[in-house]
Write a protein that binds this ligand. Structure first.
Ligand SMILES: Nc1nc2c(c(=O)[nH]1)N[C@@H](CN(C=O)c1ccc(C(=O)N[C@@H](CCC(=O)O)C(=O)O)cc1)CN2
Length: 303
């Protein structure tokens, strides 16, 4: 590992990072009275102490319920099976809700895809090196060789998988590298449209940063389209990837003011800062189990 990568760096005091006894519980489903009480009863009944709790109900009648709970469970690994069994019985079977449990000290394994633009992928690697992203960066995969040296400076494997006319063969190569090895794929300005088959086969969420304030300017060259439209704001959108281009559930967005005097290239420069920040927020929130997908929308329990 390079010398710079070994430099002590301030790590945000998350309070729970690396603590093997801390877990996160995400619960979602049809809303009804008493869910918060029932979830709390299961956790405390299994010896857990609730550290924080976020909850949202989408509406009085036929609404949906979403909850994220962080808890401390001594001897977590040994007691997790009993906890999940109790949740399955009392939250799943009795209340008809879906749930998932995560152990905080096991960061999500992330593969980052990039093409030629460096700002988003290098920003994620820089934030990871600084300790701002509690993730395990498994590799960077790109359809171009351009970024290899920059990425390898972060002691992260760089895998060049060219994409020609036969996109599926490239995707098959991707799947060999990813299947079973990652929990999340991040498209950091990766400029290839992923097939529906790939999205089904990769089996984990895929997050993309689109370089416009969706739903404006879907598809390629959004800054050129923005310049032609005479916009006064440019922005970026991080969303989950679906077969429908740039139509997936939005996780985070932001904008920056621009003027008539700026060229499309200058709009892109302003936008790049927003893209980096929006993608980093989305990756951080997803990997902290703060984002719950619901149809084509998301509930985000951000700080
Ligand atoms: N199935 C999906 N794949 C991708 C999505 C998505 O939402 N669903 N988002 C894009 C990212 N993107 C804009 O943010 C984007 C990337 C690429 C293109 C495009 O037209 N690509 C061409 C090839 C361009 C090239 O070779 O340089 C293509 O794939 O034919 C449009 C939008 C990432 N993938």
């Amino acid at each position: 590992m390079s010398a710079t990568a070994q430099v002590d760096r301030p790590r945000p005091d998350s309070g729970t990072r690396g603590n093997a006894n801390v877990g996160r519980l995400v619960v979602e489903g049809q809303d009804r009275p008493g869910i918060v009480s029932a979830v709390s009863a299961v956790l405390t009944g299994q010896g857990a102490n609730i550290l924080s709790l976020d909850q949202y109900s989408s509406g009085a009648s036929a609404g949906f319920f979403f909850q994220r709970t962080v808890f401390d469970l001594p001897d977590f690994a040994a007691r997790r099976p009993a906890l999940e069994s109790a949740l399955a019985a009392q939250i799943g079977d009795e209340l008809g809700l879906a749930f998932r449990v995560h152990q905080v000290c096991k960061p999500k394994r992330v593969a980052i895809f990039a093409s030629r633009a460096d700002h988003c992928v290098l920003d994620l690697l820089w934030r990871h090196r600084r300790g701002e992203l509690d993730i395990d960066v498994v590799c960077v995969i790109s359809n171009h060789p351009d970024l290899a040296d920059d990425v390898r400076q972060f002691s992260v494997p760089y895998l060049h998988v060219p994409v020609g006319s036969d996109k599926r063969s490239a995707e098959q190569e991707h799947l060999k590298l990813l299947r079973g090895n990652v929990d999340l794929v991040v498209l950091a300005r990766y400029m290839q449209i992923l097939s529906e088959e790939f999205l089904d086969e990769v089996g984990v969420p895929v997050i993309n940063i689109h370089h416009s304030f969706l739903p404006a300017f879907i598809g390629a060259a959004p800054y050129k389209k923005a310049k032609e439209r005479g916009v006064k704001l440019v922005g970026a959108t991080a969303h989950y990837v679906t077969k429908d281009l740039d139509e997936g559930p939005i996780i985070e967005q932001d904008v920056v003011r621009v003027t008539h005097a700026e060229t499309a290239a200058e709009l892109a420069q302003h936008g790049a800062d927003v893209e980096r920040l929006v993608l980093a927020r989305a990756v951080k929130w997803h990997c902290e189990d703060r984002v719950i997908r619901h149809g084509n929308q998301t509930v985000v329990f951000s700080r």
